[in-house]
Design a protein. Structure first.
Lengths: 151, 417, 351
């Protein structure tokens, strides 16, 4: 009776060409797995802290009686500094027909170009067709960052 | 000058000066109510509405307006000596109410914010002028404000609460029999109800939308003249007005004596404007004056073309982004660009009032740029999708290779045994 | 090899390797069923790997959960791949576990002395389903929020302990951010710990007892587990890896919209496919049955069913004597047909 495979003295297995192919293939597969993993671990460059708060601007960039439009939760928001120096933020979506509003330094308040809608610095409607005031956001100034968040 | 106005314009103030200055005493139980509640028909109605009446709430009683003795239990209450004025006739009503309501020194004791010019405005109105000539079928104070009770304007059940005003005017002005002697059309209310203003005010309760009085004046109701229509519209539509006065239409309409806004938008049946209104073809309002092929029609065509182009680019970008979204990509970042594009489109529509291709070009161009940025985002997303599929191909190739070599290795091991 | 010698002296792995070389895998008509356990294990390994990666970016609060998943699939490089593989592999793992259950049941692999192996297996199945249930909520989208609401309601219908279980699951009376916290803790810590313990025991017992053979099946030989069957296993795993990658790339899982608890439930809300058979059969029960609420009776029936499933090795007295009784197979087929049929019913689009 032939000795079963397991009981024969271990001999050094011949490294065949096939073995090299298997090794190469597995190595390539391992590479294909680790390449995306390594890239995944590198953090992406995102400015958004969470959807509920965003670093909107640098406080030093925002002069009194000026405003700028930023993205917040996928919709435009307006960050402004009043002539007295206070920083406020509102949604920039006009309550009339959803145009994007802007800050007018000559009016010293918020204005919508589409149909001449005027909002005061509390978001209340002053004149024009907008039916509702602009929703106000919470503003926190940390170091030089102006962070806006939903109340 | 009409004798009626002269007469009442002089006598009226004299009569008022003859009245005592203070009016209301502290509210006390009045015998008027006791007797009249026991009566029947229209004589019993006055006490019923007392609780809702704005005058009663401020401490006025029956005698405050009608005179008489509120403490007498017999017909002495109606006596001449008691100063009984009785119920005023339709022609007397405006003066009756104006006894107090046109006197600032009286009204400020009760409601300083209430204007006191209603009577003088009424005298200039069509209603007031006809009343002075003896037509007692026209509207007077109680026709609109009601009586017994007279509700405050801020009371939602008042006939002159803002959303109720059109229906109140329509009570007469939509009645063909009533209006026949005057030759006034009666379609206004129906037209208004279907208009963007009527839909806003009545259907959606948006008090920004005008009711009859916002354009025709409250108490001085007169249809605005052709040249003043545009000023009336501009009370709210200031942007359109500012743009319109820059256009060649302003001078043209001034010369023609045509109403400015209403020539294109209508009077009572103002519909939500559509892009179809602009153009050189038959369906457009421009063709009412500009024949096909004329320079004006061509300008209109070009303006319309700009609008259509912005819409097309936006639609294209939206479609592409929708396809990318269903393929699994996240497209939220492109929304801001699309929002900007839509803003520019709305602006462009407003700018059409300048009738200038160059001006429309500016905003429409900005809209196209923003929409194309959104489109570029969608195209980048599609490119990323293609990259992923190519990557998958590579991985599948490796998998097939590994599977094949393993299979061969297994076969080799099996053959060895 | 010097390296091998160095490692052997410290890790003493040669003993295990020899064992694996000696372990025989019988070859017979149903050898293919021996792959089912390994396939389930493969998907579980994928889950651990992709789950750990997702943990690098996921944030378990009601405010940030949805956005963090959105960040992963849109901004993180290959984040879409990791997330998509994780969701696909989860569904495939449950499917594989179900196939493994069917294979071991009809192969009667639970008979003496493998009863405890069966018990640990049933435990692993329930853990897997719980993994699916808890993980489903984590993206905090509309579908997940309401599916969890429905699912925990049904859990609340278990007689006696139902309400307590529901409150424990939800972290309160309603599905809120507290629920998310709990589910997250369970999904990434508690369940993995339990799973590891049970899985280690399960695999150990499989090695201890060797591969079971269906009754009255004659093998035509065997092969060593290492390297022969191990290579076969590896081949299957590699092909599956390619398959999952293809599914993840070509059929991405949608993210949906962020959950808004104030909105009404969307029409036609139902749980994921692996719970559909329970959901659909509960829906079809009449409102009242034998004086008790229909749903409570239904849930009780499922609890009893689960206990019966665990007790199969002890209920199948014929298997102990290496005999196959038709009744057992029939019961199995009936249960299988019921589950498949109810799942199919549940998958119908809402009329």
């Amino acid at each position: 009776m032939d000795t079963p495979v397991e009981r024969r003295p271990p001999r050094i297995a011949r490294r065949t060409l096939l073995d090299y192919f298997v090794g190469t293939g597995l190595a390539a597969l391992a590479g294909a797995v680790f390449y995306p993993i390594l890239h995944y671990l590198v953090p992406p460059k995102v400015r958004e802290v969470t959807a509920t708060s965003v670093v909107a601007a640098k406080a030093s960039d925002l002069a009194p009686n000026a405003g700028k439009i930023v993205a917040f939760g996928g919709k435009p928001a307006i960050v402004l500094r009043t002539p007295e120096g206070e920083v406020r933020a509102f949604t920039a979506v006009c309550t009339h027909l959803a145009c994007t509003v802007q800050y007018r330094a000559d009016f010293k308040h918020i204005w919508c170009a589409c149909h001449d809608g005027h909002y005061d610095l509390h978001g209340q409607v002053l004149a024009g067709p907008p039916p509702r005031p602009l929703e106000e956001f919470k503003v926190t100034v940390k170091d030089d960052d102006v962070i806006i968040s939903r109340g | 000058m009409r004798p009626g106005i002269l007469l009442w314009g002089i006598l009226g103030p004299l009569l008022f000066l003859a009245l005592p200055r203070t009016v209301a005493a502290a509210p006390q139980a009045e015998t008027c109510t006791t007797c009249h509640s026991a009566l029947e028909g229209r004589l019993a109605r006055p006490p019923l509405g007392a609780a809702d009446d704005v005058h009663t709430r401020r401490g006025f009683g029956c005698a405050s307006c009608h005179g008489g003795d509120p403490n007498a239990m017999s017909m002495d209450a109606h006596g001449r000596r008691a100063g009984f004025r009785g119920a005023p006739s339709p022609a007397e009503i405006p003066r009756f109410c104006a006894r107090c309501h046109s006197r600032p020194d009286v009204m400020r004791e009760f409601n300083p914010r209430l204007p006191t010019d209603q009577f003088s405005r009424f005298l200039t109105s069509v209603h007031g002028q006809r009343l002075a000539k003896g037509d007692t079928k026209v509207a007077t104070c109680t026709s609109c404000h009601g009586v017994h009770p007279v509700r405050a304007v801020s009371d939602s059940a008042s006939p002159v609460f803002p959303t109720n005003v059109p229906g109140t005017c329509a009570r007469c002005h939509a009645d063909p029999d009533r209006m026949k002697p005057y030759g006034i059309p009666t379609t206004q209310f129906e037209e208004y109800k279907g208009s963007v203003h009527g839909e806003g005010l009545i259907a959606r309760g948006n008090r920004q939308a005008p009711a009859c009085n916002d354009c025709h004046d409250n108490h001085g109701a007169v249809p605005p003249g052709v040249t003043s229509v545009a000023n009336v519209c501009a009370q709210c539509h200031s942007a359109a007005r500012d743009l319109f006065v820059r256009s060649p239409h302003k001078a043209a309409f001034d010369i023609l004596g045509e109403g400015e806004c209403i020539s294109c938008h209508g009077t009572h049946n103002i519909a939500f404007p559509s892009d179809e209104m602009i153009g050189g073809g038959r369906g457009a309002v421009c063709s009412r004056c500009h024949p096909a092929g004329s320079a004006g029609a061509q300008t209109a065509e070009e303006i319309r073309a700009r609008l259509e182009r912005v819409k097309a680019v936006i639609a294209g970008a939206e479609g592409l982004l929708a396809r990318t979204a269903t393929a699994g990509m996240d497209v939220a970042d492109a929304q801001l660009d699309l929002d900007e594009a839509r803003t520019q489109l709305i602006l462009s529509r407003a700018v059409t009032h300048t009738a200038s291709v160059a001006e429309v070009d500016r905003t429409a161009g900005a809209g196209v740029t923003a929409a194309e940025k959104a489109r570029a985002f969608g195209e980048a997303a599609m490119a990323e999708l293609a990259f992923r599929r190519r990557g998958l191909l590579v991985v599948v190739a490796i998998v097939v290779f590994v599977a094949a070599t393993l299979w061969l290795k297994i076969r080799e091991l099996e053959s060895r045994r | 090899m010097r390296v091998a010698g160095w490692l052997e002296e410290r890790l003493r792995y040669r003993g295990a390797m020899d064992f694996l070389r000696h372990k025989e895998v019988p070859r017979h008509r149903f050898t293919i069923t021996y792959y089912t356990g390994g396939i389930t294990l493969f998907f579980f390994i994928l889950q651990i790997l992709t789950g750990l990666l997702l943990l690098m970016y996921y944030r378990p609060t009601a405010d940030a959960a949805f956005e963090s998943v959105r960040l992963i699939i849109s901004k993180v490089r290959f984040g879409w791949l990791v997330r998509s593989v994780h969701v696909w592999s989860a569904n495939l793992m449950i499917l594989a576990a179900a196939v493994h259950l069917v294979a071991t049941f009809f192969g009667k692999a639970y008979r003496r002395p493998r009863e405890v192996t069966w018990l640990t297996g049933v435990g692993l199945l329930f853990l897997t389903l719980t993994f699916g249930f808890t993980g489903y909520l984590l993206p905090w989208n509309t579908l997940a929020y309401f599916a969890t609401k429905v699912g925990t309601e049904i859990a609340g219908d278990v007689p006696v302990v139902g309400r307590a279980v529901m409150v424990l699951l939800r972290g309160g009376d309603d599905v809120t951010e507290a629920t998310l916290s709990r589910f997250f803790g369970m999904h990434v810590a508690i369940l993995p710990a339990l799973m590891t313990l049970l899985l280690a025991l399960h695999l150990l017992l499989v090695q201890v007892h060797g591969m079971s053979r269906p009754i009255s099946v004659q093998p035509w030989g065997g092969e060593p587990f290492y390297p022969h069957f191990a290579l076969r296993d590896l081949l299957v795993w590699v092909v599956l890896l390619g398959g999952v990658a293809a599914l993840a790339t070509l059929v991405p899982w949608p993210l949906g919209e962020k959950a808004d608890p104030l909105l009404p439930a969307p029409a036609g809300i139902k749980p994921e496919w692996y719970f559909l058979f329970m959901y659909e059969s509960l829906r079809l029960l009449p409102g009242r049955l034998f004086g008790l609420e229909g749903e409570v009776l239904g849930v009780a029936a499922f609890v009893v069913g689960a206990l019966v499933l665990a007790a199969v090795p002890f209920l199948d007295v014929w298997a102990r004597r290496e005999q196959a009784h038709r009744a057992v197979a029939a019961a199995g087929i009936a249960a299988l047909v019921f589950v498949v049929f109810m799942t199919a019913l549940g998958l119908r689009p809402e009329r």
